[in-house]
Design a protein around this ligand. Structure first.
Ligand code: SAM
Length: 254
C-alpha cells in the first residue's frame, strides 16, 4: 500500500459536506486551496461557490477525478513539498498524517480563513487553554498565529472507509500575534523544551534542554528567571508567561 493511502478516508455525509461549504462563506471572489482533494467530493461543492479552487492531491488516479470542473486547477503532488499558490481561503478534509507540518506550512502563508478537518484529538490540542490536559506546544504555537475554534465534531460514520477516531472541523483565522516575543524561532524551540517533560517542574525541562536551546551557562541562566514560575509545570503557565521566560533565556545563548 502506498504511504498516502492510509489517509484516504472520504467524507461521504452530504450534510457535513454542505456545512463545510456554509462555514467557508464562499463567493465568486474567493480562491480556495484544498489539500488532499481525493476524488473531488468536496472539490465539486467548493467549485460551485468559489471563483477558483486549487486542489492538491498526491494520488494521481484520484486527482484525475478531482479536476472535472472548469474553475478547478489540480496540482498532483505532496502538499508538504510543493509551494502553495496564492489563495485567500483554505478548506480541506486534511490528510491526518500530515496535520502538524501542513498546519504550520499554512500558517506561514497569508490567508483570511481556514475551514479544516482534523482528528478530534488533534483539534482539541489546537484549541486547548492553560491548565487543561490537551494544552501544550501545539496549542501555544497555533494560537500564536491564529484564532482557532472547533465548529463541530464529526463521527467516524461520516466517512468511507471510517477512520479509527472521530474528527472535528476547525475554523482558523490568522491574525497578528497577541503578544510579542524577541525571537519567534527561539520561542517555538523553548515551548518544545518546556513541554518535553510536562509532568516535571519547568526548571527541570530547561536544565535537560540546555544544549538544544543553546544556553551556555545553565546555572547563571536559571538565576535570571522568576523562581516561582520555573517551579511550576509548563502546562499551568499561560503563553505570555512562557514568552517572558523565552525572552530572558534568548540572551543566555552561546
Ligand atoms: N477531500 C476528500 C474528502 O473530503 O473526502 C479526501 C480527503 S482524505 C482525508 C485525504 C486525501 O489526501 C486523500 O485523498 C489522500 O490521497 C491525500 N493525501 C495524503 N497525503 C497527501 C499529501 N502529502 N499531499 C497531498 N495529498 C495527500
Amino acid at each position: 500500500m502506498k504511504w498516502y493511502k492510509k489517509d484516504q478516508h472520504f467524507l461521504v455525509d452530504e450534510q457535513v459536506l454542505d456545512r463545510i461549504i456554509e462555514y467557508g462563506k464562499l463567493n465568486s471572489s474567493d480562491t480556495v486551496l484544498e489539500i488532499g482533494a481525493g476524488y473531488g467530493n468536496l472539490t465539486g461543492k467548493l467549485a460551485g461557490k468559489a471563483g477558483k479552487v486549487i486542489a492538491i492531491e498526491v494520488d494521481a488516479e484520484l486527482a484525475a477525478s478531482a479536476g472535472k470542473w472548469d474553475n478547478v486547477e489540480v496540482i498532483i503532488g505532496d502538499a508538504l513539498k510543493i509551494g502553495f499558490p496564492p489563495f485567500n481561503k483554505v478548506i480541506s478534509n486534511l490528510p491526518y498524517s500530515i496535520s502538524s507540518p501542513v498546519t504550520f506550512k499554512l500558517l506561514k502563508c497569508k490567508f483570511e480563513l481556514g475551514i479544516l478537518m482534523y482528528q478530534y484529538e488533534f483539534a482539541r490540542r489546537m484549541v486547548a487553554l492553560p491548565g487543561s490536559k490537551d494544552y501544550g506546544r501545539l496549542s501555544i504555537a497555533v494560537q500564536y498565529y491564529a484564532d482557532v475554534q472547533i465548529l463541530e465534531v464529526v463521527p467516524k460514520s461520516a466517512f468511507s472507509s471510517p477512520p479509527e477516531v472521530n474528527s472535528a472541523i476547525i475554523r482558523l483565522v490568522p491574525r497578528p500575534a497577541p503578544y510579542d516575543v524577541v525571537d519567534e524561532g527561539f520561542f517555538m524551540k523553548f515551548i518544545k523544551a518546556a513541554f518535553s517533560q510536562r509532568r516535571k517542574k519547568l526548571r527541570n525541562a530547561i536544565i535537560n534542554n540546555a544544549v538544544p536551546l543553546g544556553i551556555k551557562n545553565i546555572d547563571n541562566a536559571l538565576k535570571k528567571l522568576p523562581q516561582e514560575i520555573i517551579d511550576r509545570r509548563a502546562e499551568t503557565l499561560t503563553p505570555q508567561e512562557l514568552a517572558k521566560l523565552a525572552d530572558i533565556l534568548v540572551y543566555e545563548r552561546i
